[in-house]
Design a binder for this molecule. Structure first.
Ligand SMILES: Cc1cc2nc3c(=O)[nH]c(=O)nc-3n(C[C@H](O)[C@H](O)[C@H](O)COP(=O)(O)OP(=O)(O)OC[C@H]3O[C@@H](n4cnc5c(N)ncnc54)[C@H](O)[C@@H]3O)c2cc1C
Length: 332
């Protein structure tokens, strides 16, 4: 399958770029290293309000991502979404198309738009042996109900870890919260609620090992934690383990794709074109004089990049865009 455009990065700008690809009747592939759409908004500040998105006096970061994702649904027949795939390599073929390689697959595409923000996100790991094999260890919590009547262990000391512990307490069989410091970095109000709750709090403790199940079902049955100063070790049985140590981002392979970079950002012209014909960039990953690192800046760049990518993929195509008002009326 040959895609018209591949969008690398499903942050807010990538999702909107993919939507705009649909507006221009392109067959779109969108790829992200994370297991959820939303880039910085979903990974770093899902519960914070954003006050400077045009048309929204205030909107929660996760809600903005949910809205962008349902907007993209309008073109679900022509959009392919691949999550948990990091793009590692881009090769330009003799006919001007590209082969993209991820850790999972290779794809063919006529053009590329890089919307990679600060680079690929990865959850910061727990840092214990066999972590990658434990199928009941989660870095994202999407649906609280899957933890109903289960023994849940949460690692972390920030707002998300404390909020998850409080939200799970009424539905899980037991909740244990483990943090390496005595003080939590969460809102005072949440910490007060935590102290009054039935959550088992262990501080200052760090994880030391996972006990994988004898059933060979890929699950960790228990977690052993060690007291930071006394070195006392405690083993806690677990049905599920949630790790909330934040995320790290890494420009990684992008710097080896032969594109001009300035301070770790891709240099683009007024058509959002990088220094390699057929490869465009928008959002936080790109730079030009006067650019502001804001969500709305990236939203404005998306239609420009899509128009230029379409022209590259189909040189005879018209550069005129249709207004969504008339386009969506026709679709009805
Ligand atoms: C705490 C905080 C508050 C903020 N508040 C505001 C605000 O109020 N208003 C505002 O306008 N902006 C705000 N920002 C900035 C805003 O979040 C960014 O401008 C925005 O996220 C940029 O979107 P993006 O889609 O370009 O990149 P990102 O959101 O960074 O998304 C990039 C995506 O690309 C993926 N990716 C990268 N490399 C690869 C690869 N090789 N393969 C596969 N996937 C890859 C990453 O995993 C990531 O999901 C805030 C930022 C932070 C941290």
């Amino acid at each position: 399958m040959m895609y018209d455009v591949t969008v690398i990065g499903a942050g807010p700008v990538g999702i909107f770029t993919a939507f705009y690809g649909g507006m221009r009747e392109m067959n779109v592939l969108i790829v992200d290293a994370l297991e959820a759409m939303g880039g910085q908004l979903a990974a770093l500040y899902p519960d914070k309000y954003i006050y400077d998105v045009a048309g929204f006096p205030k909107v929660k970061a996760q809600e903005l991502i949910d809205n962008l994702t349902s907007q993209l649904d309008a073109f679900q027949d022509t959009t392919t979404i691949r999550l948990k795939e990091q793009v590692s390599e881009l090769v330009k073929e003799a006919d001007g198309t590209f082969t993209i390689t991820t850790n999972v697959a290779t794809y063919q595409t006529r053009s590329i738009i890089i919307t990679a923000g600060n680079g690929a996100f990865k959850p910061r790991p727990l840092g214990v042996e066999n972590e990658e094999f434990a199928t009941n260890l989660h870095y994202f919590v999407r649906d609280l109900t899957v933890f109903a009547n289960r023994n849940v262990i949460i690692f972390g000391g920030g707002d998300s870890a404390v909020d998850w512990a409080l939200m799970l307490e009424p539905i899980a069989k037991s909740v244990s919260l483990i943090h390496r410091r005595d003080e939590f970095r969460a809102h005072e109000h949440s910490v007060a609620k935590l102290k009054a709750s039935k959550v088992n709090v262990y501080t200052p403790f760090v994880p030391s090992s996972l006990t994988l199940s004898d059933d060979n079902d890929g699950k960790a049955d228990a977690v052993t934690i060690t007291h930071v100063t006394t070195k006392e070790a405690i083993t806690i049985p677990a049905d599920d383990i949630i790790v909330n140590y934040g995320f790290v981002s890494n420009l990684g392979p992008i710097s080896s794709w032969g594109l001009e970079l300035e301070k770790n950002q891709l240099v683009v012209d007024s058509l959002q074109a990088t220094t390699t014909p057929g490869i465009f960039a928008c959002g936080d990953i790109c730079t030009y004089p006067g650019r502001h690192k804001l969500i709305i800046t990236g939203f404005g760049e998306a239609p420009i990049a899509i128009a230029a990518a379409k022209k590259y993929a189909y040189p005879d195509s018209s550069n005129a865009h249709a207004h969504s008002t008339s386009m969506f009326e026709k679709k009805k």
